[in-house]
Design a binder for this molecule. Structure first.
Ligand SMILES: Cc1cc2nc3c(=O)[nH]c(=O)nc-3n(C[C@H](O)[C@H](O)[C@H](O)COP(=O)(O)O)c2cc1C
Length: 253
Protein backbone atom coordinates (compact mmCIF):
# COMPACT_ATOMS: atom_id res chain seq x y z
CA UNK A 1 0.00 0.00 0.00
CA UNK A 2 1.29 3.41 -1.00
CA UNK A 3 0.20 6.75 0.41
CA UNK A 4 -0.33 9.28 -2.39
CA UNK A 5 0.02 12.85 -1.16
CA UNK A 6 -1.83 14.81 -3.83
CA UNK A 7 -1.48 18.44 -2.92
CA UNK A 8 -1.98 21.95 -4.29
CA UNK A 9 0.02 24.26 -2.06
CA UNK A 10 1.32 27.46 -3.62
CA UNK A 11 2.71 28.88 -0.35
CA UNK A 12 3.25 25.77 1.77
CA UNK A 13 0.44 25.85 4.36
CA UNK A 14 -1.61 23.08 2.76
CA UNK A 15 1.55 21.04 2.30
CA UNK A 16 2.30 21.20 6.06
CA UNK A 17 -1.10 19.69 6.91
CA UNK A 18 -1.11 17.12 4.08
CA UNK A 19 2.48 16.06 4.84
CA UNK A 20 1.69 15.59 8.52
CA UNK A 21 -1.40 13.45 7.88
CA UNK A 22 0.25 11.42 5.09
CA UNK A 23 3.28 10.61 7.29
CA UNK A 24 0.97 9.33 10.05
CA UNK A 25 -0.80 6.98 7.61
CA UNK A 26 2.25 5.27 6.13
CA UNK A 27 5.90 5.56 5.15
CA UNK A 28 5.80 4.74 1.43
CA UNK A 29 4.72 8.19 0.24
CA UNK A 30 4.33 9.26 -3.40
CA UNK A 31 4.16 13.04 -3.90
CA UNK A 32 1.91 14.46 -6.58
CA UNK A 33 2.31 18.22 -6.90
CA UNK A 34 -0.88 19.71 -8.31
CA UNK A 35 0.81 23.11 -8.78
CA UNK A 36 3.11 21.63 -11.43
CA UNK A 37 1.49 22.89 -14.62
CA UNK A 38 3.74 20.70 -16.77
CA UNK A 39 3.04 17.40 -14.98
CA UNK A 40 1.11 14.62 -16.70
CA UNK A 41 -1.75 13.99 -14.26
CA UNK A 42 -3.50 11.69 -16.73
CA UNK A 43 -0.55 9.36 -16.23
CA UNK A 44 -1.13 9.11 -12.46
CA UNK A 45 -3.01 5.89 -11.67
CA UNK A 46 -3.49 4.41 -8.19
CA UNK A 47 -4.28 0.84 -7.14
CA UNK A 48 -7.33 0.07 -5.08
CA UNK A 49 -5.18 -0.79 -2.04
CA UNK A 50 -3.48 2.64 -2.12
CA UNK A 51 -4.57 5.54 0.07
CA UNK A 52 -4.61 9.17 -1.06
CA UNK A 53 -4.44 12.35 0.96
CA UNK A 54 -5.88 14.97 -1.41
CA UNK A 55 -5.31 18.47 -0.09
CA UNK A 56 -6.18 21.94 -1.37
CA UNK A 57 -6.42 25.44 0.09
CA UNK A 58 -9.80 27.17 0.16
CA UNK A 59 -10.00 30.10 -2.27
CA UNK A 60 -13.19 32.08 -1.70
CA UNK A 61 -14.80 28.94 -0.26
CA UNK A 62 -13.98 26.89 -3.36
CA UNK A 63 -11.30 24.52 -4.69
CA UNK A 64 -8.70 26.49 -6.72
CA UNK A 65 -9.63 25.90 -10.39
CA UNK A 66 -6.28 24.40 -11.52
CA UNK A 67 -6.38 21.98 -8.56
CA UNK A 68 -9.89 20.82 -9.51
CA UNK A 69 -8.82 20.35 -13.12
CA UNK A 70 -5.73 18.32 -12.21
CA UNK A 71 -7.41 16.11 -9.59
CA UNK A 72 -10.09 15.01 -12.06
CA UNK A 73 -7.38 13.91 -14.53
CA UNK A 74 -5.97 11.38 -12.03
CA UNK A 75 -7.22 7.77 -12.05
CA UNK A 76 -8.18 6.90 -8.48
CA UNK A 77 -9.24 3.34 -9.45
CA UNK A 78 -11.16 2.89 -6.20
CA UNK A 79 -8.31 3.91 -3.89
CA UNK A 80 -9.50 5.28 -0.57
CA UNK A 81 -9.01 9.01 -0.05
CA UNK A 82 -8.83 11.46 2.82
CA UNK A 83 -9.76 14.89 1.51
CA UNK A 84 -8.24 17.93 3.21
CA UNK A 85 -9.07 21.60 2.94
CA UNK A 86 -6.78 24.21 4.49
CA UNK A 87 -7.99 27.76 5.00
CA UNK A 88 -6.85 31.05 6.45
CA UNK A 89 -9.18 31.21 9.48
CA UNK A 90 -12.08 32.92 7.64
CA UNK A 91 -14.26 30.06 6.29
CA UNK A 92 -14.03 27.15 3.85
CA UNK A 93 -17.69 27.07 2.81
CA UNK A 94 -18.08 24.68 -0.19
CA UNK A 95 -14.42 23.69 -0.56
CA UNK A 96 -14.78 20.20 0.95
CA UNK A 97 -18.00 19.47 -0.97
CA UNK A 98 -16.36 20.47 -4.25
CA UNK A 99 -13.22 18.51 -3.39
CA UNK A 100 -15.37 15.47 -2.61
CA UNK A 101 -16.99 15.76 -6.05
CA UNK A 102 -13.60 16.13 -7.79
CA UNK A 103 -12.21 13.09 -5.96
CA UNK A 104 -15.31 11.03 -6.77
CA UNK A 105 -15.04 12.01 -10.44
CA UNK A 106 -11.43 10.82 -10.39
CA UNK A 107 -12.55 7.44 -9.05
CA UNK A 108 -11.59 7.71 -5.37
CA UNK A 109 -13.66 6.44 -2.48
CA UNK A 110 -13.76 9.12 0.23
CA UNK A 111 -13.37 7.81 3.78
CA UNK A 112 -12.66 11.00 5.73
CA UNK A 113 -12.40 14.77 5.40
CA UNK A 114 -10.34 17.26 7.36
CA UNK A 115 -10.54 21.04 7.53
CA UNK A 116 -7.45 22.72 8.96
CA UNK A 117 -6.09 26.22 9.34
CA UNK A 118 -2.85 27.74 8.06
CA UNK A 119 -1.51 31.26 7.72
CA UNK A 120 -3.66 33.36 5.39
CA UNK A 121 -1.49 33.52 2.30
CA UNK A 122 -2.71 37.00 1.26
CA UNK A 123 -3.09 38.79 4.61
CA UNK A 124 -0.45 36.92 6.55
CA UNK A 125 -1.26 38.35 9.97
CA UNK A 126 -4.36 36.11 10.04
CA UNK A 127 -3.73 32.58 11.27
CA UNK A 128 -0.03 33.51 11.55
CA UNK A 129 2.13 30.57 12.74
CA UNK A 130 -0.62 28.04 12.12
CA UNK A 131 -0.80 25.13 12.08
CA UNK A 132 0.48 25.43 15.67
CA UNK A 133 1.02 22.88 18.45
CA UNK A 134 -2.70 22.65 19.26
CA UNK A 135 -3.48 22.08 15.57
CA UNK A 136 -0.90 19.30 15.32
CA UNK A 137 -2.29 17.67 18.48
CA UNK A 138 -5.75 17.67 16.86
CA UNK A 139 -4.41 16.48 13.49
CA UNK A 140 -2.49 13.68 15.21
CA UNK A 141 -5.69 12.49 16.89
CA UNK A 142 -7.56 12.69 13.58
CA UNK A 143 -4.85 10.73 11.77
CA UNK A 144 -5.12 7.97 14.41
CA UNK A 145 -8.90 7.80 13.87
CA UNK A 146 -8.43 7.73 10.09
CA UNK A 147 -5.78 4.99 10.33
CA UNK A 148 -8.13 2.91 12.52
CA UNK A 149 -10.92 3.32 9.96
CA UNK A 150 -8.62 2.33 7.10
CA UNK A 151 -7.36 -0.73 9.01
CA UNK A 152 -10.92 -1.86 9.75
CA UNK A 153 -11.69 -1.79 6.01
CA UNK A 154 -14.58 0.57 6.64
CA UNK A 155 -14.98 2.57 3.41
CA UNK A 156 -18.14 4.47 4.31
CA UNK A 157 -18.21 8.11 3.21
CA UNK A 158 -19.07 10.52 6.04
CA UNK A 159 -21.42 13.49 5.67
CA UNK A 160 -19.24 16.34 4.40
CA UNK A 161 -20.37 19.98 4.72
CA UNK A 162 -20.98 22.32 1.80
CA UNK A 163 -23.62 23.40 -0.69
CA UNK A 164 -24.42 22.24 -4.22
CA UNK A 165 -24.48 24.29 -6.37
CA UNK A 166 -21.28 25.69 -4.86
CA UNK A 167 -20.70 29.31 -4.02
CA UNK A 168 -19.94 31.38 -7.09
CA UNK A 169 -16.18 31.38 -7.70
CA UNK A 170 -14.66 34.84 -7.74
CA UNK A 171 -11.24 36.28 -8.34
CA UNK A 172 -9.69 38.33 -5.53
CA UNK A 173 -7.72 40.32 -8.11
CA UNK A 174 -4.42 40.52 -6.22
CA UNK A 175 -1.73 40.35 -8.87
CA UNK A 176 1.79 40.52 -7.40
CA UNK A 177 4.18 42.73 -9.37
CA UNK A 178 7.98 42.96 -9.30
CA UNK A 179 9.67 45.69 -7.26
CA UNK A 180 13.02 47.32 -8.02
CA UNK A 181 14.79 44.37 -6.34
CA UNK A 182 13.69 41.97 -9.10
CA UNK A 183 16.68 40.44 -10.93
CA UNK A 184 14.51 38.73 -13.60
CA UNK A 185 15.86 35.35 -12.46
CA UNK A 186 12.65 33.74 -13.75
CA UNK A 187 11.98 31.52 -10.72
CA UNK A 188 8.49 33.01 -10.28
CA UNK A 189 7.62 32.36 -13.92
CA UNK A 190 8.82 28.75 -13.78
CA UNK A 191 6.92 27.97 -10.56
CA UNK A 192 3.67 29.82 -11.31
CA UNK A 193 0.89 27.17 -11.22
CA UNK A 194 -0.93 28.78 -14.16
CA UNK A 195 1.95 30.11 -16.28
CA UNK A 196 0.63 33.65 -15.80
CA UNK A 197 4.12 35.22 -15.60
CA UNK A 198 6.14 35.75 -18.77
CA UNK A 199 9.43 33.83 -18.72
CA UNK A 200 11.10 36.49 -20.86
CA UNK A 201 9.91 39.37 -18.72
CA UNK A 202 8.60 38.60 -15.19
CA UNK A 203 7.03 42.07 -15.06
CA UNK A 204 4.52 40.90 -17.65
CA UNK A 205 1.60 39.08 -16.01
CA UNK A 206 -1.49 37.68 -17.66
CA UNK A 207 -4.06 39.09 -15.21
CA UNK A 208 -6.75 36.69 -16.40
CA UNK A 209 -4.55 33.64 -15.81
CA UNK A 210 -3.29 34.80 -12.37
CA UNK A 211 -5.23 33.12 -9.54
CA UNK A 212 -3.65 35.34 -6.83
CA UNK A 213 -2.16 32.27 -5.15
CA UNK A 214 0.87 34.28 -3.93
CA UNK A 215 3.35 31.57 -4.96
CA UNK A 216 5.51 34.11 -6.81
CA UNK A 217 5.64 36.47 -3.81
CA UNK A 218 6.34 33.60 -1.39
CA UNK A 219 9.23 32.03 -3.31
CA UNK A 220 11.02 35.11 -4.68
CA UNK A 221 14.57 34.88 -3.26
CA UNK A 222 14.81 38.69 -3.18
CA UNK A 223 11.36 39.38 -1.71
CA UNK A 224 10.77 41.32 -4.92
CA UNK A 225 7.16 40.49 -5.75
CA UNK A 226 4.45 42.35 -3.91
CA UNK A 227 0.77 43.08 -4.14
CA UNK A 228 -0.49 46.66 -4.13
CA UNK A 229 -0.29 48.02 -0.56
CA UNK A 230 -3.63 49.83 -0.72
CA UNK A 231 -5.44 46.69 -1.91
CA UNK A 232 -3.75 44.73 0.86
CA UNK A 233 -4.84 47.14 3.58
CA UNK A 234 -8.39 47.09 2.19
CA UNK A 235 -8.35 43.27 2.38
CA UNK A 236 -7.01 43.49 5.91
CA UNK A 237 -9.94 45.69 6.96
CA UNK A 238 -12.46 43.42 5.22
CA UNK A 239 -11.06 40.28 6.84
CA UNK A 240 -10.48 41.70 10.31
CA UNK A 241 -13.86 40.77 11.77
CA UNK A 242 -14.24 37.37 10.09
CA UNK A 243 -10.66 36.18 10.58
CA UNK A 244 -9.91 37.32 14.10
CA UNK A 245 -11.72 34.64 16.12
CA UNK A 246 -9.71 31.44 16.20
CA UNK A 247 -11.24 28.53 14.25
CA UNK A 248 -10.29 24.95 15.06
CA UNK A 249 -9.44 21.96 12.87
CA UNK A 250 -12.31 19.57 12.10
CA UNK A 251 -12.63 15.91 11.17
CA UNK A 252 -15.52 14.28 9.27
CA UNK A 253 -15.35 10.50 9.55
C1 LIG B 1 -6.93 33.63 -3.73
C2 LIG B 1 -7.07 33.23 -2.29
C3 LIG B 1 -8.33 33.09 -1.74
C4 LIG B 1 -8.47 32.70 -0.40
N1 LIG B 1 -9.71 32.54 0.13
C5 LIG B 1 -9.86 32.16 1.43
C6 LIG B 1 -11.15 31.95 2.00
O1 LIG B 1 -12.17 32.07 1.32
N2 LIG B 1 -11.23 31.63 3.31
C7 LIG B 1 -10.13 31.50 4.11
O2 LIG B 1 -10.27 31.25 5.30
N3 LIG B 1 -8.87 31.62 3.57
C8 LIG B 1 -8.72 31.95 2.26
N4 LIG B 1 -7.47 32.08 1.72
C9 LIG B 1 -6.31 31.70 2.54
C10 LIG B 1 -5.81 30.31 2.17
O3 LIG B 1 -6.86 29.39 2.09
C11 LIG B 1 -4.78 29.80 3.20
O4 LIG B 1 -3.84 30.79 3.47
C12 LIG B 1 -4.09 28.52 2.76
O5 LIG B 1 -3.36 28.04 3.85
C13 LIG B 1 -3.15 28.77 1.59
O6 LIG B 1 -2.59 27.55 1.20
P1 LIG B 1 -1.09 27.38 0.75
O7 LIG B 1 -0.21 27.94 1.88
O8 LIG B 1 -0.92 25.92 0.62
O9 LIG B 1 -0.89 28.15 -0.49
C14 LIG B 1 -7.30 32.47 0.41
C15 LIG B 1 -6.04 32.62 -0.17
C16 LIG B 1 -5.91 32.99 -1.50
C17 LIG B 1 -4.54 33.11 -2.09
Amino acid sequence: MKIYKICFSPTGGTEKVAGFIAAKLGSDIVNIDLTDRKADFKGVALNDDDVAVIAVPSYGGRVPAPAAEHITQISGNGARAVIVCVYGNRAYEDTLAELQDCALKAGFSIVAAVAAIAEHSIVRRYAANRPDQDDYTALNKYAEQIAAKLNSNDSATPAIPGNRPYKKAGSVGFVPRPTGQCTSCGLCASKCPTGAISTDNPAKVDKKACISCMRCAAICPHGARKVNRLLLSAANIMLKKVCSTRKECELYI
